[in-house]
Design a protein around this ligand. Structure first.
Ligand code: ARG
Length: 588
């Protein structure tokens, strides 16, 4: 469905034409003085130069041409030349009626759907999922869902860290502990056991131990480097061990991402890009982009206009080993081959920005990525504790994601039971649903690039700009509907009538902006704008609810109209939280 602002703009253009002015000046925006009007046009000011007239005079001419408009109830010219617009209640009701009848609730699907890969996991195999990966998962999932909602083909890839020194460290530590295992016997030719020689909890303890040892013990580190090298060369026993590590670790990761309602289409890792490296490097050399510098292979990526230094992209170290950048470049090769995407979006900690500047430039320069392909970096800030420092456990350690989720759910459970509206058996499940909204909304409501403070008390509050507040609003609407039905209200709800009061009109205006809010948020890759939209929508609903006795309204037509409006508001809210990545219970 066409956006309401497009109707308004069209009507304004008509008035510019009718009054003899160029319609290119007829730009309309949401009013920044909602106390005075709903929409505004500042075009008369911009037209001053061309027509050599006082803007107020131009504005008056335009406003005169708007007097019979079916879109505007009121159009006013005010000094120095603003045009203040107030929508006709009939027009607005009619727009909402169409929206209510539209299964997409007004959302317009992309005319030319794009293929977009979102790279947003980045978890490292054999290391527990920690809060550092939380933001990538939450923000990336929302970007993926927004894109899909708008009709794009979006592919989510977890891009696991499954290659490199951490693997060699684990192998080395395992060998110290269980040297008798066949994986370490170079002469072993039989079949390796199907069962892994460790559990996930052992694995999670092995890595930090090994990593710690390698920092103080040079010989140990050398062994780990050697094991990494041999694994990468395809040593059979190490490959078999690596398979076990991946299998056990991925099963655990899936469980944890599942609790966050985060789902990837591809469970590829850095290792999956390795086969693309040799050809890629050969071509870079042939084409003269890559050259040797002190034994290493590099590609220059600095540009004239750089404000800060952008170092060359290192493709191979002097010992011939590939790097993080090499893997990311090869992954682009792989993605182009598999999906030929229009865009790849990387949702990664913003501290990695330089790495992506280098990688993107190198990919474009060497032709790995076509000119038309967009490479976007959506860098996010740090999640801090109340002390303003990166979030830690009370003991000062790295917080595991599952413990964080448990903490939120426990607090949510306490608050819900206090509310007593839910039977205890449901309370746990409800707490999980509401807890997820607290966690995700707490993150998504901030502009992604900014750091934010993780505050369980605030995030789980039913009041203020929080996930539970949004869910509470939805649940409130659901319970009004239920009561309406219990009282024998018919399922065929009525036509939406023009607003009867200010709070109703505000609610209608905000509801009508859903398609615009979603499209704008996706264009800017800004889930926080959806949060801002639904926060305002919830506030508008709650003011309307406060002002209006819906179910005891005697006029049946009016009552039914309100029920239809409520149904639509609920659908929009549910649509919006769906793209944010959580859902609402029936009661809470
Ligand atoms: N595994 C990396 C880390 O933990 C993040 C990977 C991000 N994605 C990428 N394509 N580089 O830092």
């Amino acid at each position: 469905m066409k956006k309401i602002i497009d109707y308004i703009t069209e009507e304004t253009r008509k008035a510019f034409r009718a009054a003899g002015y160029d319609e290119k000046y007829a730009k309309v925006s949401i009013s920044n003085r909602p106390d005075l009007c709903e929409y505004q046009c500042n075009g008369a000011m911009a037209a001053k130069k061309e027509y050599g007239m006082a803007p107020i005079k131009i504005a008056q001419d335009i406003v005169a041409a708007m007097q019979d408009s079916a879109v505007f109830e009121k159009a006013e010219a005010v000094m120095p030349g603003f045009i203040n617009l107030t929508l006709s209640r009939e027009f607005l009701a009619c727009y909402l009626g169409e929206m209510a009848a539209d299964p997409e609730h007004s959302v317009e699907k992309a005319e030319t759907p794009q293929t977009i890969v979102v790279d947003y996991g980045g978890a490292n195999v054999a290391k527990p999922l920690h809060v550092g990966h939380l933001r990538a998962a939450i923000i990336g999932e929302s970007i993926k869902r927004m894109g899909r909602r708008l009709g794009h083909k979006v592919i989510g890839d977890v891009h696991l860290g499954d290659w490199g020194l951490q693997m060699g460290l684990i192998i080395t530590e395992l060998q110290e502990r269980k040297p008798e295992l066949p994986y370490f016997d170079p002469d072993f030719t039989g079949e390796y056991p199907a069962e892994a020689p460790f559990t996930i909890s052992e694995l999670e303890e092995i890595y930090p131990t090994a990593s710690g040892k390698s920092k103080t013990d040079e010989a140990y580190k050398a062994k780990a480097l050697q094991a990494t090298y041999e694994l990468q060369q395809g040593r059979r026993g190490y490959r078999a061990l690596w398979d076990h590590i991946i299998r056990i670790s991925v099963a655990d990761l899936k469980k944890n991402y599942g609790r966050l309602d985060v789902h990837f289409d591809l469970w590829y890792g850095e290792s999956d890009a390795q086969p693309y490296i040799p050809d890629m490097i050969r071509k870079m050399k042939e084409d003269g982009y890559a050259y040797e510098d002190q034994g290493a292979l590099i590609v220059d990526v600095k540009e004239e206009s750089d404000q800060k230094e952008v170092p060359p992209c290192m493709i191979l170290k002097s010992d011939g080993a590939s790097l993080y950048t090499t893997t990311d470049l090869a992954t682009i090769v792989q993605r182009v081959q598999d999906y030929d995407p229009d865009e790849i979006i990387y949702v990664v900690d913003k501290r990695q920005e330089m790495h992506f500047i280098q990688t993107f430039r190198c990919a474009k320069k060497t032709g790995i990525a076509k000119d038309e392909m967009k490479l976007s970096f959506l860098g996010f800030g740090t999640m801090n504790g109340k002390d303003g420092k990166p979030f830690k456990t009370r003991e000062g350690g790295v917080m595991r994601l599952e413990n964080l989720i448990d903490d939120i759910n426990r607090e949510m459970f306490r608050k819900i039971v206090e509310n007593r509206s839910v039977k205890d058996t449901d309370a746990e499940k409800t707490a999980e649903m509401v807890g997820l909204s607290a966690l995700k909304y707490g993150d998504l409501s901030n502009q992604a690039s900014k750091d934010y403070v993780f505050d369980v008390d605030r995030f789980t509050s039913f009041e203020g700009n929080t996930g539970p507040y949004i869910l509470y609003t939805i649940v409130r609407i659901k319970s009004i509907m239920e009561k309406y039905r219990q009282e024998g209200g018919s399922a065929d709800t009525g036509k939406i009538l023009p607003a009867s009061g200010d709070s109703e009109k505000n609610l209608m205006l905000q509801t009508a902006r859903w398609n615009d809010a979603l499209a704008g948020a996706f264009a800017d890759k800004a889930p926080h704008r959806i949060c801002a939209y639904i926060y305002e929508l919830s506030n508008d609903f709650n003011s309307f609810y406060h002002d209006t006795r819906i179910l005891s309204e005697e006029n049946e037509e009016q009552r039914k109209s309100w029920i239809s409006l409520l149904e639509l508001v609920k659908e929009v809210l549910e649509d919006a939280i769906g793209v944010l990545g959580f859902s609402a219970p029936d009661r809470m």
